[in-house]
Write a protein that binds this ligand. Structure first.
Ligand code: PHE
Length: 447
C-alpha cells in the first residue's frame, strides 16, 4: 500500500466516479428488462421508494464508514468494531462483488460485439425479426460471448492496474456527460414512435393488482444493484473522498442521476417494444434485441448505434471498475499485495466464473439450480439476497452501533447546507425504516 491513501482529485471527480459506478448496465439493461418482466409502473414506483427512502440513507451510511476509516470494507469494520462479527459484511460484499463482476462482464462483452456489429451495419439486416434472430444466435453460440467476456475483463485489468486517479476518474469525467446527451437524443426519437403512449403508460402507470412479494423483492434488488449498494463498493470509494466532500449531497445527486438514466432507458425501450409488437417480458435479451431495431429506423443508423454501444461499454466499465476496487483495496490493504497482483487475482477469478456465465446462454443452458441458469443464479443471489442483507447490516451498524457523533460529524458540513433535521432523518431511517422494510420485503419475497 502507498503511505498516503489515494484520493479523488476534484469535486467533479467524486460525483463522476460515484455516478460512474452507479450508472451502467443496471440502468440501461437491467432496469428495462426487470420492469418489463414485473409489469412496468408498479415496479418503477417500488424501485423509486427503495432508491430514495431507503437507498439514499444507506448510501450515506456506506460513505460515513468509508470516509471515516479510510479503509477497505474488511478493515473499516475491524477498526470501528474491533473483535466483533460485523466484519462479516466484508465477506458478503467480497462474494457479491465477484458474482456480479462475473455475470456483468458477459453483458458488457455483448456491448463489445454490438460495437463491431454496429460498425458493419448489422450485416445489412434491417428487419426487427432478423435483428432478433441475430442476437439469439450470437448469445447462444459459445465462442464469441466467451471471447468478449474475457476481452472485457482484460481491459478492466489494464485500467485497474493504473490506479485510482489516473484510470477511473479521468474516464468517468468525459464519459458520463456524453452518455446523458445521447440518451436524450434517443428518448426524443422513441417518443415520436407510433406506440409511444402505450409504452409510456406501461412504464409510468402502476397497476397495483400485479404487485406480489416477489415483485417487491425484485424492485428492492434492482434499487440496491443500481445504486451499487450493500456490498461495500461505496465504502471503498468513499475511503478515497476528501474531508470536504459533502456526503449527503453526493448521495442525493448520485441517486437522482442514477434514477434519471434508468427512466430515460425505459422511455427509450418501451415505446419501441410496443411499436414493434414485442413482449416487454423478454428478460435479459430485451434491450439487446430492441435497441438495434430502434437504431435501424433512425437516419445515420450505423453512427448512432456504434456511438451508443461504445458509451454503454464505457458505462459498464466504470461500474465493473468500482466492483473490482472492493476486492483490490481489500487485498492491498489487508495482505499488502501490490496493486497489480491484487488486480490480477481478482480478474482471473472473474474470468473463470464469467466464462461459466457466458456459456449459460449456450452449452450450459441446461445447467440449472432452482430453475435458474448460472447467469440468472449469480444475478438473483447477489442482487436479491446479498445486497439487501449487506445494506441491512450496514444500516443497523451505523444506526445503532456507530458513535452518533461520528455520524453527525461526517454528515454536517461547514456551509450548513445540511440541516440538523436531515441528519435526524437519515439516522431514523437507518435505525428503523431501512432494517424493517428490507427485512420484511426480504422475508416475504423469499417465502
Ligand atoms: N450499479 C451498477 C449498475 O447499475 C452495477 C454495480 C453493482 C456496480 C454493484 C458496483 C457494485 O450498472
Amino acid at each position: 500500500m502507498t503511505e498516503k491513501r489515494a484520493q479523488f482529485a476534484t469535486r467533479l471527480g467524486v460525483i463522476a466516479t460515484t455516478v460512474g459506478s452507479a450508472v451502467g448496465l443496471g440502468n440501461i439493461w437491467r432496469f428495462p428488462f426487470e420492469a418489463g418482466v414485473h409489469g412496468g409502473g408498479a415496479f418503477l414506483l417500488i424501485d423509486l421508494f427503495f432508491i430514495f427512502i431507503i437507498g439514499v440513507p444507506v448510501v450515506c451510511a456506506e460513505f460515513i464508514i468509508g470516509r471515516h476509516t479510510g479503509l477497505n470494507i474488511r478493515g473499516a469494520f475491524r477498526k470501528l468494531a474491533p473483535g466483533k462479527s460485523w466484519g462479516i459484511v466484508g465477506y458478503l460484499g467480497l462474494l457479491a462483488s465477484m458474482l456480479i463482476l462475473s455475470f456483468y462482464s458477459v453483458v458488457a462483452g455483448w456491448t463489445l460485439e454490438y460495437i463491431i456489429q454496429s460498425m458493419s451495419g448489422f450485416g445489412g439486416i434491417t428487419s426487427v425479426a432478423g435483428l432478433h434472430g441475430q442476437f439469439d444466435s450470437f448469445a447462444t453460440s459459445d465462442i464469441r460471448p466467451v471471447i468478449w467476456t474475457l476481452a472485457f475483463l482484460t481491459i478492466n485489468y489494464f485500467i485497474l492496474a493504473r490506479g485510482v486517479q489516473k484510470g477511473i476518474e479521468k474516464m468517468s469525467n468525459i464519459m458520463m456527460p456524453m452518455l446523458f446527451v445521447i440518451l436524450i437524443v434517443f428518448c426524443i426519437n422513441s417518443l415520436r414512435m407510433d406506440a409511444a403512449t402505450e409504452g409510456l403508460s406501461f412504464l409510468f402507470k402502476p397497476d397495483f393488482s400485479q404487485v406480489t412479494p416477489s415483485i417487491m423483492l425484485g424492485a428492492m434488488g434492482q434499487a440496491f444493484f443500481s445504486l451499487s449498494l450493500g456490498l461495500g463498493c461505496l465504502i471503498t470509494y468513499s475511503s478515497y473522498f476528501k474531508k470536504e466532500t459533502l456526503l449527503l449531497r453526493t448521495a442525493g445527486i448520485m441517486a437522482s442521476l442514477d434514477t434519471l438514466v434508468a427512466i430515460l432507458a425505459g422511455i427509450i425501450i418501451f415505446p419501441a417494444v410496443f411499436s414493434f409488437g414485442l413482449e416487454p417480458a423478454a428478460g435479459p435479451k430485451l434491450v439487446f434485441e430492441i435497441l438495434p431495431s430502434i437504431f435501424m429506423q433512425m437516419p445515420g443508423a450505423m453512427l448512432w448505434s456504434t456511438l451508443f454501444f461504445i458509451l454503454l461499454f464505457l458505462a459498464s466499465l466504470s461500474s465493473t471498475i468500482s466492483m473490482s476496487e472492493i476486492t483490490i483495496a481489500y487485498m492491498t490493504d489487508e495482505f499488502g499485495f501490490s496493486r497489480r497482483k491484487a488486480t490480477a487475482i481478482n480478474i482471473s477469478v472473474a474470468m473463470l466464473f464469467g466464462t461459466l456465465c457466458a456459456l449459460s446462454f449456450g452449452s450450459l443452458s441446461e445447467w440449472t439450480i432452482c430453475g435458474m441458469t448460472i447467469f440468472n443464479l449469480f444475478d438473483y443471489v447477489s442482487s436479491n439476497i446479498l445486497l439487501p442483507v449487506g445494506g441491512m447490516i450496514i444500516s443497523i451498524f451505523v444506526g445503532w452501533v456507530l458513535d452518533r457523533n461520528v455520524v453527525r460529524e461526517e454528515l454536517i458540513t461547514p456551509d450548513s447546507s445540511v440541516r440538523p433535521w436531515m441528519v435526524t432523518a437519515v439516522i431514523t431511517c437507518l435505525r428503523y425504516i431501512a432494517p424493517l422494510c428490507i427485512g420484511l420485503v426480504f422475508i416475504y419475497g423469499l417465502i
